[in-house]
Write a new protein. Structure first.
Ligand code: ZN
Length: 491
C-alpha cells in the first residue's frame, strides 16, 4: 500500500478537533418571542430585542435551555446548574447589537464524550464543552442590486448550542464519522432537525500535524465553510496534505483561518472576523445566572429516549447483522418502525431483513420513507408478512410479490394472499400429484437423473414449481421428487 495519505500518516500524526453549531428546534428565539421558522421573507421575524434596540431586555427561552440540557446529558456531560451568560463583542453587518450573547467561562456543560465506530474499532472522543448562545443574522445577495449586500436578521437570536470536542480525532475520515454520530445522537434527542444543507448543523474544524510520536501539538489551522459530511472529510484531507507538504519543505505552518472552496477542492487563507481578535468577553449585564433546578435537569434526563449506543447493543443481542443494525440505528424513525414490528411478533433477524432490504428498497425506488404519507405499509403488517413466511403459508419468493402489492395498496398481507390464492401448497397429496406429472412429462430428465446426472433434479424441481405457479413448498417438492425417483416410479 502506498497512498499519499498513508505515507503522510507514517511521518506525521494528524490532530483534529471539531466545533459544531446546532440550531435548536424551538419555535421562538433565544431571548425574545420572534419566530424561528426557516424560509420567511427577509427581516419579517425581528423585534427590538433581537435587533438590539436601546432599552430592549433579553429573557432566556426556557425550552432552549431544556434542549441544551438534553443534548448535554445525551453527550454524558457534567452540567453546571449555575451557568452564566457573557457578551462576545465584535462588529459585523449581520450582528445588529455589536455583540453576541453566549457562554464563556461558565458553559452549561463540560467533560462529555461521544462514542462511535471507526475502522471497526470503538472510539470515544471527549467533549470539552457545550454552551448555549444566539445565532447571528445572514448576509445575502439574493434580490439585491449587484453592488450591494443585503442583511437578513431573521436568524439573529435563533438559539444555538456549540459543541466543542477535545483534539482527539486522528483522521479526516474519523472527523466525518464523529460528525455523523453526533448528528444521529442529536436526532434521537429531538433537540434539532440537524440539517447541514439548511445550516441547522454547522461544523468548523481545527487541524494540525505533528511529527509521529511527538507530544506537542503543531500550529493550528481553523477550516470553515464545509457544508456536508463529505466536504468536511475532503477539506480536512486537503489540509492534511497541504500541511504535510509544507512541513516536508521545511516551512512553518501559520496559525490561521482557512475557507474550504467546494468547487475547486482547496482551502484558502481568509481574513475574517474570527481572526484572533480580542472579543472583550464580559458578563452579560442584563441576565443573571441560569439557576437550573435539580428537578428541571432530572426532567430533561427522563425525557431522553433510548440512545443510539444502547439501541445498537440491544439489536446486536437480538442477532442482527452489522449492516441491519447500522441502517436501523442511523434513523430513529426507522428503528421505531422496527421496534413496533418486534412488538407485533416479528422474528428479529428475518423481520430486520424484510425491513432494511425489501421494504426500504421499494420505498427508496419511490422516493418515499417509512415516515409520512409515502409509506402505506404499517409495522404490524410487515410483521404479519414475516409471520406468514415463517408459518410456511407462503414462500419467501411469493412474499416479495405480496410486499409489492402491500406497498402499492396498503392492504393486509393475509388479505392479498387470500385474494390472489397464493397459499403455499404444503399438502403432500397435491405436491405428489404435481411431481408425478412432471416425471411423466420429462422422461429424459428422469433417465439422466438415474444415470447419475444429479443436476437433472434441479430441472424437475423447476418444472414442479412452474406447474404450481411457484406456490409449492420447495423443500417438500425436493423430498417428494427424490422419493419418487429413487423408488423407481414414473416412466
Ligand atoms: Zn426578536
Amino acid at each position: 500500500m502506498g497512498t499519499v495519505a498513508e505515507a503522510t500518516a507514517r511521518r506525521y500524526e494528524t490532530v483534529i478537533g471539531l466545533e459544531v453549531h446546532v440550531e435548536l428546534a424551538t419555535r421562538s428565539k433565544m431571548f425574545c418571542a420572534c419566530s424561528t421558522a426557516f424560509g420567511a421573507p427577509p427581516n419579517s421575524q425581528v423585534c427590538p430585542v433581537c435587533l438590539g434596540l436601546p432599552g430592549a431586555l433579553p429573557v432566556p427561552n426556557h425550552q432552549a435551555l431544556a434542549y441544551a440540557l438534553r443534548a448535554a446529558l445525551a453527550l454524558e456531560c457534567a452540567v453546571d446548574p449555575d451557568c452564566r451568560w457573557d457578551r462576545k463583542n465584535y462588529h459585523y453587518p449581520d450582528l445588529p447589537k455589536g455583540y453576541q450573547i453566549t457562554q464563556y467561562a461558565r458553559p452549561i456543560a463540560r467533560n462529555g464524550q461521544l462514542c462511535f465506530v471507526s475502522g471497526g474499532e470503538e472510539r470515544a472522543v471527549r467533549i470539552r464543552r457545550l454552551h448555549a448562545e444566539e445565532d447571528t443574522g445572514k448576509s445575502t445577495h439574493e434580490g439585491v442590486a449587484a453592488a450591494f449586500t443585503g442583511v437578513d436578521l431573521n436568524r439573529a437570536g435563533v438559539p444555538l448550542i456549540e459543541i466543542v470536542s477535545e483534539p482527539d480525532i486522528r483522521s479526516p475520515e474519523e472527523a466525518r464519522l464523529y460528525l455523523q454520530a453526533l448528528r444521529t445522537l442529536l436526532l434521537y434527542t429531538g433537540v434539532s432537525d440537524v440539517k447541514m444543507e439548511e445550516g441547522s448543523l454547522r461544523c468548523d474544524a481545527n487541524i494540525s500535524l505533528r511529527p509521529a510520536g511527538a507530544m506537542e501539538y503543531g500550529a493550528l489551522v481553523e477550516v470553515k465553510n464545509m457544508n456536508s459530511f463529505r466536504s468536511v472529510q475532503r477539506a480536512l484531507e486537503y489540509e492534511e496534505q497541504r500541511q504535510a507538504a509544507a512541513l516536508d519543505a521545511g516551512e512553518r505552518i501559520v496559525r490561521e483561518t482557512r475557507h474550504w472552496d467546494e468547487k475547486r477542492g482547496i482551502t484558502f487563507s481568509s481574513r475574517s472576523k474570527e481572526e484572533a481578535h480580542d472579543y472583550r468577553y464580559f458578563p452579560e449585564p442584563d441576565l443573571g445566572p441560569c439557576a437550573l433546578s435539580p428537578a428541571f435537569i432530572e426532567e430533561q434526563r427522563r425525557l431522553l429516549p433510548e440512545l443510539p449506543g444502547a439501541r445498537q447493543a440491544r439489536y446486536r443481542a437480538l442477532g442482527l447483522s452489522d449492516y441491519d443494525t447500522g441502517v436501523l440505528v442511523a434513523d430513529p424513525a426507522l428503528a421505531a418502525f422496527y421496534d413496533r414490528m418486534l412488538e407485533a411478533g416479528a422474528a428479529p433477524r428475518e423481520g430486520a431483513a424484510l425491513l432494511t432490504v425489501e421494504l426500504l428498497g421499494r420505498l427508496n425506488a419511490l422516493g418515499a420513507s417509512v415516515v409520512g404519507s409515502g409509506c402505506l405499509v404499517r409495522p404490524e403488517q410487515l410483521a404479519a408478512l414475516q409471520k406468514l413466511v415463517a408459518a410456511g403459508t407462503i414462500s419467501g419468493k411469493i412474499a416479495k410479490g405480496v410486499l409489492d402489492d402491500m406497498v402499492a395498496s396498503g392492504k393486509d398481507p393475509a388479505a392479498i394472499v387470500a385474494e390472489r390464492g397464493l397459499q403455499q401448497i404444503s399438502d403432500a397429496g397435491a405436491v405428489e400429484q404435481a411431481v408425478r406429472a412432471a416425471i411423466a412429462a420429462h422422461p429424459q430428465s428422469v433417465a439422466d437423473y438415474r444415470a447419475g446426472k444429479k443436476q437433472a433434479l434441479g430441472f424437475l424441481v423447476g418444472q414442479v414449481m412452474k406447474e404450481t405457479k411457484g406456490k409449492a413448498n420447495p423443500a417438500l417438492v425436493n423430498d417428494v421428487l427424490r422419493q419418487e425417483l429413487d423408488a423407481g416410479g414414473g416412466v
